[in-house]
Design a protein around this ligand. Structure first.
Ligand code: ATP
Ligand code: MG
Length: 452
């Protein structure tokens, strides 16, 4: 086996695209994330190709052989559906001036790979590889990969002025890959962070989700509050905030970062972790014992999370999940069958599971002195949840063995009383007063009907 095959394993469709271009005399490479990931021993999500051929040439070379989609001709990108798999082919290019810190005013096609690599954001993302040409690493990407350093290609401040999004990309690559910011790059972010205000909300949110679900999210967040605070100023008061309460041994931002790390790596739950205590500095009150308290901080944090996520143009389902988790994160976990049945009925199994996972992470980032008791409470709730699911217990109106039609047969008139009766019957089942069979439900209704 050739040595490269042990490191680079592009799908056959990518090899076919490279071969067709090279056979027609056009220098072509795989480039960017796929080269970085291959060198790290990871499986690349996709393989981008760059070439000296102009977009029209690429189109004409593949037409008749594979379907060709002119994805972004102006930016030089053509997508080849090679054996049904989309392969993006982009002409070597440089970028013109950036007047809005977001997008180049124009792009220029060039003939040298070097110039194309020079426009890329970080050294680890500015490498190319081809099966016939080998690796091209003009900016020391391999050395930085080995050292775990994230370094801008070129002068960091200038590169962040061109495109402010790169600062957030830098942080999320640190979180995803465990990179450390190279010193000049770190200083570049500190100097140009205010430009993050120019980045569109949805692009911020995309990067934030990737950052939060990275393996090194907590460590990255801990060092990034000043930059993150430009896009989410509501987080700034958490930095260094002393909670003045025996349950907490960490400042609020350190606690928050630890909670993020302790949660499963799913975007909604980690966003909830990020915001779970965001309102604490606003809700602080002092008890006679000299401790600070934060009454109602769950609900208030949920409202702040909602307004932040809406501003970042989040989809509605994410907002719904994050705000529910934040709102209930501090509720004591149910210790009775009835209490757990009610919670499951209200939130559903998936969300209840997420809520307990968030609570576990929250407890683990609190003072060790009170941890054991809180964890055993949580385990009790977890067991109740599992028990109810195993029993396939009735938790919602739709799981009752009676419905509106049957209630009408019992003589209840159509109208609001039907719904009220169904809700009342569910309460009786959740309370364990009656079993969920049509006979038992009818009997209790006849005996105790509260609407008679
Ligand atoms: P991912 O695994 O998240 O896809 P990636 O490195 O492939 O990581 P993409 O956003 O797919 O990231 O971009 C592909 C390549 O394009 C990058 O590796 C980088 O070389 C270049 N690139 C992307 N965005 C920028 C940017 N804002 N500025 C400069 N170069 C960029
Ligand atoms: Mg990519």
């Amino acid at each position: 086996m050739a040595r490269w095959e042990a490191i680079f394993s592009p799908p056959p469709s990518v090899l076919k695209v490279l071969e067709q271009l090279e056979q027609n005399g056009w220098e072509s490479w795989t480039v960017g994330g796929c080269v970085r990931d291959s060198l790290l021993g990871k499986v690349p999500a996709d393989w981008d190709v760059c070439t000296a051929a102009l977009p029209e040439t690429v189109q004409s070379l593949f037409e008749g052989r594979f379907p060709v989609i002119p994805t972004g001709l102006r930016h030089g990108t053509v997508t080849i559906l090679a054996d049904g798999m989309p392969v993006e082919v982009t002409t070597f290019r440089t970028e013109g001036t950036y007047t809005d810190h977001r997008r180049p005013d124009e792009v220029h096609f060039v003939t040298s790979l070097h110039q194309d690599l020079a426009r890329r954001d970080f050294t680890v993302n500015a490498m190319a590889w081809s099966p016939i040409r080998g690796i091209r690493d003009d900016f020391g990407g391999q050395k930085d990969l080995e050292a775990g350093l994230l370094r801008c290609v070129g002068q960091p401040e200038h590169r962040f002025e061109e495109d402010a999004l790169r600062m957030l990309r830098a942080l999320r690559f640190c979180a995803q890959y465990g990179f450390t910011l190279e010193e000049e790059t770190r200083r570049g972010i500190a100097a140009r962070k205010e430009l993050l205000k120019t980045v569109a909300g949805e692009r911020v949110l995309t990067e934030l989700k990737k950052l939060l679900t990275g393996l090194q999210a907590g460590r990255t967040l801990l060092d990034s509050l000043p930059a993150l605070g430009v896009v989410l100023p509501q987080l700034l008061p958490l930095g260094g905030f002393d909670q003045h309460n025996p349950h907490h041994h960490l400042d609020l931002w350190t606690h928050t970062c630890q909670v993020v790390d302790g949660c499963p790596r799913e975007a909604e739950i980690r966003l909830a972790a990020l915001f779970h205590d965001v309102a604490k500095p606003l809700c602080q009150s002092w008890g006679e014992d000299g401790n600070a308290h934060y009454i109602g901080h769950g609900a208030m944090s949920a409202e702040i999370a909602r307004s932040c996520l809406n501003r970042l143009k989040s989809d509605g389902e994410t907002v719904r999940q994050v705000t529910a988790l934040v709102c209930h994160h501090d509720d004591p976990p149910p210790q009775t069958r009835k209490g757990m049945a009610r919670l499951l009925g209200k939130l559903g199994l998936e969300m209840t599971g997420k809520l307990l996972a968030l609570r576990r992470a929250d407890i683990l980032a609190q003072s060790p002195d009170t941890r054991a008791a809180k964890l055993s409470e949580l385990e009790g709730a977890q067991k109740l949840m599992e028990q109810l699911m195993e029993e396939q217990a009735c938790l919602t109106i739709s799981q009752l063995t009676v419905d509106g039609r049957m209630l009408m047969d019992w003589g209840i008139p159509a109208g609001p009383q039907l719904g009220n009766t169904l809700r009342w019957l569910l309460e009786q089942v959740l309370d364990g007063t009656v079993s969920n069979t049509p006979e038992a439900l009818k009997q209790i209704w006849e005996e105790k009907n509260p609407f008679a």
